[in-house]
Structures are given as C-alpha cells and as structure tokens.
Design a protein around this ligand. Structure first.
Ligand SMILES: NC(=O)c1ccc[n+]([C@@H]2O[C@H](COP(=O)([O-])OP(=O)(O)OC[C@H]3O[C@@H](n4cnc5c(N)ncnc54)[C@H](OP(=O)(O)O)[C@@H]3O)[C@@H](O)[C@H]2O)c1
Length: 316
C-alpha cells in the first residue's frame, strides 16, 4: 500500500479541525492519515480521536517549537486560530505567524489557512459607519485573520486561503439561539435587515478542507470561500419554526442596538453583522455554494442541519 500523506490538524478537538479529522478518518481509502494537535493528549476528546484512528500529538499555537515538532514529516497542515478563547487579534496574528513559521520549517507541501476578511479593506478606520475597536480594528475577529493571510503568503508557503462562514452551530453553542422576547415569543436577533447571512454547518468546514487537500495542487495560492446556504434572518426563522414546531420570529435590530447588548464580543459581532449586511453582495458572492458542494458532496443545507441538530438548540 502506498504511504499515506499525513495532515497535521490544528484545533483537532474543536469544530473546524474536528470536522477535518473525522472526514479523513471516514475515508480510509483516501490516501491521507491524520495527526491531531491538542494541548492535552489525555483529554476525553483527544482520546476519542485516538480511538477513531488519529495520531494525537501535543502542540500549542502559542508555542512555536511545539508546532515545529507537530508539523514535522507531515504533508499538509490545517491552521486555525481561536479568537474567542482570548479575544485578542494580536494573539491571533502571533499564533498564525507561529503556524506559518512551523509550516515553513517542516516544508509542508499544502497549508490550509482558515481565514476571514480583513474588513478594513472595505471599511477603513476613518469610516464612521461602525466604531473602531481595540484601537485599530473594525471587526477584530475577522480583521486579524485577514491580516494574517499576508504572513502565510510572505513566507512563500503553498497555501490555500479558506474563507469560512457563520456556523449554524452558533444557535446551539454561542448564545445565538431563539430567545423569548417580552411578548413571550421566540426570536432570533441579528442586525442583518433583509440581507442574507452566509451560513454553514461547522462540521462541513473540515469536510470542505478535506476536499481541497484531495485536489492536490489545484487550490494552492487560491482563496476558496465556502458556505452551505445564504439565508435572510426571516428565512432562518421560518426554517426554525418548521423544525422546532413552534413559531420563531426574526428580530431585526439596528447594528448600534446589537453592539450595545453588553455581552463579551457584542461590539465585535455587531460590526461583523453590519459588514456582512452592508457588503452583502460581495460577502455572499465570495462564498460559492456549488464550489463548496463540489469539494464536499455531503454539504448540509440549513434545513438538513436543523433536522440533525434541532434537539440540541436551547430555547431561552
Ligand atoms: N463561530 C462561528 O460562526 C465562526 C465562523 C467562522 C470562523 N470562526 C472562527 O473559528 C475559530 C475557532 O475555531 P473552532 O470553532 O474550530 O474552535 P473550537 O471549536 O472552539 O475548538 C478549538 C479547539 O482548539 C484547541 N485550542 C484552543 N486553544 C489552543 C491553543 N492555544 N493551541 C492549540 N490548540 C488550541 C482546543 O483544543 P485542546 O483543548 O484539545 O487543545 C479546542 O478544542 C475562531 O477564531 C473563530 O473566529 C468561527
């Protein structure tokens, strides 16, 4: 049997990386093996991946040397940062630089960098439609990822820039699920007006990444945008209503109101939604549904995702 190409996966116990690990392991004839990176090889999640057949190794994106060791001998690397673990765009940039340097050191043949737009290219800091945050960002958790694209490019790495989308899983894990308003009715709240939100099942991000690795050099040096569907708030509310068997409304609020909700990251997310609303044609256009489905034939629509996940959505 030919030797399998090993893909080193950052964030392997998480949403994006986990999807890639499972995609590789569920295709034993695909020619790829997986090395799952985790800070704790003894965690339940890490042990679960080992049981499924992954090689599990210790690495921390804050620690360059650990990444160099973990990438050594691998063919590919899937790189992702963890904004919501620390809320620091500077740390995301530093972590991306560590991964890029480790990939260079290990002569990785194909890097996939999970990225998003640097919104400052569309909304310069001088544009007052939304506040500047943390001194030099408009949407900190997007901008630093987009800025880090250059870090990978500058090192001359064979990189594919994977533009991801809003996870529908946010309705389960990120406090964005339907909540009861003062009228006692369930509603999802987003400052998107009547514009469409590009969404995806988090698991499908890793499956699309696997599709990119399987295509060899085709997407090296390219940006690939993925989504499962582009849907308005009203369309998502209608699907939720059908799936949950009780009415869910779409509560459209102005971005300023959303930014003022006060939870950690509310301003960042308010600016993010406003960017996606104000540059809707660009944003959805950069995420081609057919191309995503070609990479990952199992790509879920929102209704299909709901059929699998509706029981996990907390109804506040
Ligand atoms: N939510 C959305 O809609 C959305 C959409 C697009 C992009 N994103 C972006 O996705 C990124 C997060 O990816 P995800 O959702 O896949 O993450 P996740 O599910 O939160 O999982 C992160 C995993 O990464 C590992 N990790 C955390 N800190 C680490 C570190 N310092 N070094 C090495 N591993 C570390 C943890 O594993 P161990 O504990 O095992 O080490 C954890 O299981 C964020 O930057 C976010 O902005 C989110």
């Amino acid at each position: 049997m030919a030797t399998k190409k090993t893909i080193a996966v950052v964030g392997a116990t998480g949403a994006q990386g986990g999807g890639l690990v499972r995609a590789i392991l569920s295709d034993p004839q695909g020619g790829f093996a997986v090395r799952a990176l985790t800070r704790d090889v003894n965690s339940d999640k890490a042990k679960e991946l080992a049981k499924l057949g992954a090689e599990v190794v210790a690495a921390d994106v804050d620690d360059l040397e650990s990444l160099k060791r973990a990438f050594q001998g691998a063919y590919g690397a899937f790189c992702v940062t963890f904004f919501w673990a620390h809320f620091s765009p500077e740390r995301e940039l530093a972590n991306a630089a560590n991964m890029a340097q480790a990939a260079k050191h290990a002569a990785i043949q194909h890097v996939i960098w999970s990225t998003l737009e640097d919104t400052r290219k569309w909304v310069p800091l001088s544009d007052n439609r939304m506040p500047t945050l943390m001194g030099k960002y408009k949407v900190p958790h997007l901008d630093a990822k987009g800025e880090a694209d250059q870090v990978f490019a500058n090192l001359g790495l064979p990189v594919t820039f994977l533009l991801t989308s809003f996870y529908w899983d946010n309705f389960i894990y990120f406090g964005m699920g339907p909540k009861k308003g003062p009228d006692g009715k369930l509603a999802i709240t987003m400052p998107m007006g009547d514009k469409k939100l590009s969404g995806i099942a988090a698991e499908d991000i890793g499956r699309c990444a696997y599709g990119i690795f399987k295509r060899g050099r085709e997407f090296i040096g390219k940006t690939v945008g993925i989504a499962g569907e582009h849907l308005t708030g009203a369309q998502m509310a209608a699907s939720l209503t059908k799936a949950l068997g009780q009415e869910v409304r779409y509560n459209d609020v102005p971005p300023d109101v959303y930014r003022g909700f006060g939870f950690p990251g509310a301003e960042d997310l308010g600016n993010m939604f406003q960017f996606k609303r104000d540059f809707n044609e660009y944003f959805c256009g950069a995420r081609n549904l057919e191309a995503a489905r070609a990479l990952n034939p199992a790509l879920l629509t929102f209704d299909a995702w709901l059929a699998q996940n509706k029981a996990c959505i907390p109804l506040g």
